[in-house]
Design a binder for this molecule. Structure first.
Ligand code: 4AD
Ligand code: MG
Length: 454
């Protein structure tokens, strides 16, 4: 089907005698002499205005097509005398692919609430807001790849089905297979326990020990039954892992990656970001520009705890050394104290995972979380424990068997090297970029408790 995307037609530099566009009708207005049809094809926020003269073949072909109908329009691209758009199409012919019954089509011209649109996730990409959100998602994903490729990281693909629990937090979804004929018998993975991965980190570490610099970018799963605006059971994570690198290198990487994606979005998603700036989060663009204008902050966990204790604010959870920082603390640090993203490093080892490198003080590990205003934790990572004896002791301290991690220990037996990596939650990054406050609205088909319909 020969067609021009509306994004390209709207950027035309001269009139064209004949052009064909396809899309879904956003609005149709019928006047005596002609009908105005606003068409959107998802390539951009803008609609193409089509004028269909009454009494023409095209008008007869348009027939009953109204909001929601899929059509194509062929006609002349001419300068638009109206406000708001440079070009419009004088229709010569129209094809209707599919009508949408105005009585039952749920997306009418009025503004719909986010809550309502979540119940029709299969249709919401046809609205301005969700179209923009998912285009920004696509651009941000490209920016992530660009960033790592330019730094010579290899994109690696770690398994979704795994026998390991990387975080040791027991938040895994169990996978079962049904034998033919079985209705309810959980057979697991051909006789072995199998989970959906919570993180590709352990495998990424193995690959970093051969390829040097790697990153994953794919879905991960957490069986946490927490109904918050920042947690999903299925979310996309970006996990770089670098050999011959320490915590300083890791903080630099996290800051540069975040900065690069923001800059890319500002440069490539201008009109979509403006929509969010106008209707969702006033001041968003200025805030994003401010974020990339100055270096991010860095503070040790110990200092962060002091700041929280002295700030005079009443938190629901009081803080002292050893407290796992809650979202309220994380947001206070980023939003009110530093007023910009901040990397908090050197956390107490008790509140962090077994694989983090122990510091010489015997109390802390070389971990870092990057906290950002309005979101809280965007990145969590660490330098890894590369010393076999220390790692073995830590696993035993936690009441586990190092043998269960035999291949992970092998990496420490054969040519071990300092290395570091983190995980960045892609949906949280998108919440930061768009000002959307609920994680359910930055992923097309969210997986949160109660959401499995689509
Ligand atoms: O801090 P987390 O749990 O770290 C890890 O999984 C490490 N193994 C990563 C690594 O070092 N390679 O998760 C990393 C990030 C968090 O900072 C957060 O942005 C996001 O993943 N995240 C979630 N995003 C949405 N929904 C959830 N349930 C999330 N859990 C974590
Ligand atoms: Mg974390």
């Amino acid at each position: 089907m020969q067609r021009t995307l509306i994004i390209d037609a709207l950027a035309a530099t001269e009139a064209q005698a004949s052009i064909t566009i396809c899309g879904w009708i956003r609005t149709r207005r019928d006047a005596k002499e002609f009908s105005f049809v606003e068409l959107n094809d998802g390539s951009c926020l803008g609609n193409m205005q089509c004028i269909v003269d009454a009494g023409t073949t095209a008008h007869a072909q348009l027939d009953q097509a109204a909001t929601g109908a899929a059509i194509s329009v062929t006609g002349e691209l001419v300068a638009s005398p109206g406000k708001g758009q440079l070009w419009e199409i004088r229709a010569q012919s129209v094809t209707v692919f599919g009508l949408a019954d105005p009585e039952t089509f749920p997306l009418q011209k009025k503004r719909h609430s986010d809550e309502f649109l979540r119940t029709i996730a299969h249709l919401r990409s046809r609205t301005n807001k969700y179209g923009a959100a998912f285009r920004i998602r696509s651009e941000a994903g490209q920016a992530v790849h660009q960033f790592f490729q330019s730094r010579r990281f290899s994109w690696v693909h770690t398994p979704v089905l795994t026998g390991a629990d990387c975080e040791g937090a027991g938040e895994m979804f169990r996978v079962t297979s049904l034998e033919p004929g079985d209705k309810d018998v959980a057979a697991d993975f051909f006789g072995r326990q199998c989970n959906l991965t919570v993180s590709g980190q352990l495998e990424a570490e193995a690959l970093a020990m051969g390829l040097g610099r790697v990153y994953t970018f794919g879905p991960t799963f957490r069986a946490e039954n927490s109904n918050t605006p920042r947690h999903a059971a299925e979310f996309w994570m970006i996990e770089p892992e670098m050999a011959f690198a320490d915590l300083q290198d890791l903080m630099e990487l996290g800051e540069s990656l975040t900065r690069h994606v923001i800059e890319h979005a500002l440069a490539h998603c201008e009109s979509d970001l403006k929509l969010f700036d106008s209707f969702v989060d006033k001041g968003l663009i200025e805030r994003l520009k401010g974020m990339v204008a100055a270096p991010f902050a860095r503070v040790s966990y110990t200092e962060a705890v002091e700041i929280l204790q002295k700030c005079g604010k009443e938190f629901a959870f009081p803080v002292s050394f050893g407290t796992d920082l809650q979202t309220e603390h994380e947001r206070y640090l980023a939003e009110e104290h530093f007023k910009k993203p901040v990397a908090v490093y050197d956390y107490p080892k008790e509140i962090k995972a077994f694989y983090m490198r122990q510091n010489d003080d015997g109390k802390t590990v070389a971990a870092m979380d990057m906290l950002v205003p309005r979101i809280g934790e965007l990145i969590g990572g660490s330098q890894r424990e590369e010393r076999l004896d220390r790692l073995t002791a830590r696993i035993q301290e936690l009441g586990q068997n190092p043998e269960d991690y035999w291949w992970y220990m092998d990496l420490r037996r054969f040519g071990t090297a300092p290395h570091a990596g983190f995980g960045l939650g892609f949906e949280r990054l998108l919440m930061m970029l768009t000002g959307i406050t609920n994680i359910r609205d930055v992923i097309a088909f969210p997986r949160t408790p109660g959401n499995l319909e689509f």
